[in-house]
Design a protein around this ligand. Structure first.
Ligand SMILES: [Zn+2]
Length: 429
């Protein structure tokens, strides 16, 4: 709910409330042709075929006292990840990849081993998984700048027979830079580069606040189910967590699911410069619709973007009303006061490209002005022509004498939203 500090007339006070819209959103199953049979197996079945190892629950990172935790969501930034294949000794403390200080372990880790081509195969698979995002994966330690370091080593502090493939600090919104993550893989261990890349990707993503999801198609699934999972563009149920709720709720309204792909896009932006603005329209109500005072109706918005939609903001004339940051986009309105409303929505993508929809004018308890030349004063909803000008649109002209005039939009905004409630549509779980 928005509150205004501006004084407002009680006569303008209205209640606009939004109710949950029953829309589910989940991508369908993967293309069956690409879906390995192991993705539909139980843990026991996976273990019978040599899979079913797990990646340990991430450990929430502790903010370092000498570093300012940046807990606010940030604009997309370029990321760097150093995949370390060499032998390394870490000491325990607050995470600092640059000085080999880890919040999880203090010990030696053996080198990944194998040939240069073994390491290159892992890097190729990791880079493929992360290709959509503006993040660079390197296997040489950067000389400067922030980076997450993933230690890729057959040394497994949980024990060789533990079936644990990796662990990482969980760092919501990537608040603390320079984390250290772990993937317990070595050359020739039988897992192969794709599974090693999945472990590395999952552990690194934990250091950006992504949690485990209960779906074998997503890299964030904690169980090794084989195949070649990706960061899925779908709200998938979170398991063993829910620590980074606000981060997940940017894209999945109920906070119990996670869209791994959109979260990484949010943090790092797209690897491809985004110059294409969203396409947005108000699909309901229709331009020129009339309602009784106190009516209920829904403002439905359709918006698409080639990458992702960051937000949709509702305007009444020039007055900015509410922002909706997750699907389904729109608002439900009840108890609307008398007036003429000029609704538009502005859609933004993560790169800052913006599009404003066409205006939808709605008359509440007010006769739409008759079109120019139309002598029928009882025109109701039929008085406006389609394009708003061809037949002489009266919708921007003053009301005839004796009828309520259009209201000032500033005052209207105070009246509608200063004390009323306008809530965005929410998905029902
Ligand atoms: Zn994990």
């Amino acid at each position: 709910m928005l509150r205004s500090t501006a004084p407002c007339s009680l006569a303008l006070v209205a209640a606009l409330a939004l109710f949950p819209a029953a829309e589910a959103s989940a991508d369908g199953p993967s293309d069956p042709a690409e879906r390995p049979a192991t993705w539909d197996m139980s843990i026991d079945e996976l273990k019978a075929v040599g899979l079913g190892q797990t990646r340990a629950a991430p450990i929430p990172v502790q903010p370092s006292p000498d570093k300012q935790a940046d807990v606010e969501p940030k604009a997309a930034k370029h990321g760097v990840v150093f995949v370390n294949f060499d032998a390394i000794t870490v000491t325990m403390g607050f995470d600092d990849s640059k000085t080999n200080v880890s919040s999880i372990f203090g010990q030696e880790f053996a080198a990944f081993g194998g040939a240069e081509s073994d390491r290159a195969a892992v890097m190729e698979a990791v880079r493929s998984d992360w290709a959509p995002y503006d993040i660079l994966f390197v296997d040489e330690r950067p000389a400067a700048g922030d980076y997450t370091m993933n230690i890729t080593s057959p040394t497994n502090p949980f024990g060789a027979g533990s079936g644990v493939l990796g662990i990482a600090p969980l760092d919501c919104n990537d608040a603390m830079a320079n984390n250290i993550t772990y993937a317990f893989h070595g050359a020739g261990d039988g897992f192969g580069p794709i599974t090693a890349a999945t472990t590395i990707g999952q552990e690194v993503a934990h250091s950006f606040g992504l949690e485990h999801v209960d779906d074998p198609t997503d890299i964030m699934n904690p169980v090794n189910s084989g195949g070649d999972p990706t960061f899925k563009d779908a709200c998938l149920p979170i398991v063993q967590g829910g620590t980074c709720g606000p981060q997940h709720m940017l894209h999945c309204a109920d906070g119990t699911s996670q869209n791994s792909h959109k979260e990484l896009l949010e943090i790092f932006g797209s690897s491809i410069p985004d110059t294409q603005a969203p396409v947005v329209a108000i699909t309901a109500p229709s331009d020129g619709d009339t309602y009784e005072v106190g009516a209920e109706f829904r403002i439905d918005v359709t918006v698409t973007d080639d990458n992702a939609v960051a937000s949709v903001q509702l305007f009444d004339g020039d007055a900015a009303l509410q922002v909706d940051t997750s699907e389904p986009y729109g608002w439900e309105v009840v108890d609307i006061p008398e007036g003429v409303y000029e609704f538009t929505v502005k859609a933004s993508d993560p790169a800052g490209n913006e599009t404003v929809s066409d205006v939808v004018t709605v008359y509440v308890g007010v006769e739409p002005p008759p079109p120019v030349g139309d002598t029928d004063t009882d025109s109701g909803t039929g008085g406006l022509d389609e394009d708003g000008d061809g037949g002489g649109c009266g919708c921007r002209q003053p009301s005839p004498p004796g009828q309520p005039g259009p209201r000032g939009w500033g005052a209207l905004a105070v009246g509608l939203f200063g004390l009323g409630a306008l809530r965005r549509r929410r998905r029902t779980a």
